[in-house]
Design a protein around this ligand. Structure first.
Ligand SMILES: [Zn+2]
Ligand SMILES: [Zn+2]
Length: 224
């Protein structure tokens, strides 16, 4: 099942223009089976949207994005009280202190920290390694070849699975990048388990024309 693992809504993320009704409308119109909501250190929209989305048949996958000195990370967990303990900008969590039912993904690593304005440098990889379960290699806001290739190289070097997410801040960007998850997703716990079991595959963005051609293929053409 394909799931967009990185979406922001307003007002929980002030940088987003996707209001509650926009997300509900998008999920209804596109028959979205599951979608993650990953606001900056704020789970209030997760609490508000879980029920209305369930009513239209969409599973809401819970996460928060945190911005740190080492970059941005998304913590996925079914426990909203646990996720609420994280802040939009905060210290790097200590490896080994993360809840067993949570998974951490290093998002847009080469782009650095969005809110913390930290800068990526290659030596970060070994510091970050003990903390994370996966690397987001496709992010809808950072599709340049250097961002994608750096993230892919990190995942390979660290021996970790790869994910993708739109990082949508506008409704029309929802689903631009998705992660193929083996099997069905019936809950946040299923996504956490899939990440830890390496049962995830990043899906490159579809070209804007929607003809089914993948941007990744276009990059391949340019490289030849
Ligand atoms: Zn970010
Ligand atoms: Zn984000």
């Amino acid at each position: 099942m394909r799931v967009d693992l990185h979406v922001h809504t307003y007002p929980a993320s002030s940088c987003s223009t996707i209001a509650y009704r926009d997300l509900i409308a998008c999920c209804r119109e596109q028959h979205i089976a599951a979608i993650a909501l990953t606001n900056h250190g704020d789970v209030s929209d997760n609490r508000r949207l879980e029920g209305p989305l369930a009513d239209i048949g969409t599973i809401l996958v819970h996460g928060v994005e945190i911005s740190t000195l080492w970059g941005d990370f998304i913590v996925y967990s079914p426990d909203l009280d646990y996720l609420a303990s994280f802040s939009d900008i905060q210290a790097v969590p200590q490896a080994g202190t993360i809840a067993d039912d949570a998974a951490i993904v290093w998002v847009h690593p080469a782009a650095g920290g969005g809110l913390s304005r930290s800068t990526y440098y290659s030596a970060l990889a070994h510091q970050v390694a003990p903390l994370i379960d996966a690397v987001e290699v496709w992010n809808g806001n950072w599709t340049g070849t250097s961002y994608v290739e750096t993230a892919e190289r990190l995942a390979r070097t660290l021996g970790l699975p790869e994910t993708a997410g739109s990082d949508a801040h506008r409704s029309d960007r929802i689903g631009f990048c998705t992660t193929e998850i083996d099997g069905d997703v019936g809950s946040t716990a299923d996504v956490v388990a899939a990440i830890k079991a390496r049962a995830v595959t990043p899906v490159a963005p579809v070209a804007p024309q929607g003809a089914g051609r993948r941007v990744g293929h276009l990059f391949d053409l340019f490289r030849r």
